[in-house]
Design a protein around this ligand. Structure first.
Ligand SMILES: [Zn+2]
Length: 255
């Protein structure tokens, strides 16, 4: 006999899909266990007072029964919702990029609580129409949390301090080579501009709070090209394409 357990937890719904005729499966990010995959039965059939409206990108209090690591949600009450429904395409695709990255990096370590609050904060910024900065901020903080943020202060080859300028970032070695040593890094490299290196350093060392303003100077300086470079760097590690990127790029073009 499998033992049945019960769990109350707060979580953020980050993706969902239909299961069978009436059921739905959600990936729920939680502060203590990382991503929990859970089923809600007959979600499309019944109106049940145990359930508030439930969709992606909502913070909710859940009650679940667990048998053999299989979660069935039997109550879900709304705590916070970031986006008006139906969700605007740019908000949805930005949120989906964060969800995909979170799932790709989901690790069973002590970072879960940090990642949970990071996702929560980033969804709030996206709801305030801060897109590119938020995605770059998320990329940088995720890389730091996973311990794979590149070395950008000293040359990987000669250990000399990197002076302001444009440099090649080597994807395999995960760091910058100075100009004297750049002959050694012709392959698998990305060019980082001086301004981009400066932004990387600044964001790496700064924790912005929930109330980030769209008129913040740094948020305006971060451009899509930096997002794309970091995305290339991340893909090199995860070996996974982000499905939501193309949708984001095409929706940004409409602005
Ligand atoms: Zn060097």
């Amino acid at each position: 006999m499998q033992k049945r357990e019960y769990l109350n937890f707060e979580g953020i719904t980050i993706s969902s899909y239909e299961y069978g005729e009436f059921d739905k499966i959600f990936n729920i990010l939680s502060p203590h266990k990382g991503i929990i995959t859970a089923i809600i039965k007959r979600i499309r059939k019944t109106s049940n007072k145990n359930f508030d409206y439930i969709d992606v990108f909502q913070k909710m209090n859940f009650k679940a029964s667990i048998t053999d690591n299989f979660y069935i949600i039997y109550e879900a009450k709304s705590v916070e919702t970031w986006f008006e429904r139906p969700i605007k395409l740019t908000n949805l695709s930005s949120g989906n990029i964060i969800a995909e990255l979170t799932i790709n990096f989901n690790s069973i370590n002590e970072n879960n609580n940090y990642i949970y609050h990071l996702v929560s904060k980033c969804l709030k910024w996206i709801s305030n129409d801060i897109f590119i900065f938020t995605l770059v901020y998320f990329q940088i903080k995720l890389l730091l949390a996973e311990g794979i943020f590149p070395e950008i202060n000293i040359c990987l080859n000669c250990n000399n301090k990197i002076q302001p300028g444009d440099y090649l970032l080597n994807l395999i070695e995960s760091g910058i080579f100075c100009n004297k040593c750049s002959e050694k890094t012709k392959f698998s490299s990305l060019k980082l501009l001086e301004q981009e290196i400066r932004l990387l350093k600044h964001i790496k060392n700064t924790e912005y709070d929930n109330n980030l303003n769209i008129n913040n100077i740094i948020t305006k300086k971060v451009e899509l090209s930096l997002y794309k470079k970091l995305s290339t760097y991340i893909k090199f590690y995860t070996n996974k394409e982000l499905k939501s990127e193309k949708i984001l790029f095409s929706s940004l073009n409409k602005y």
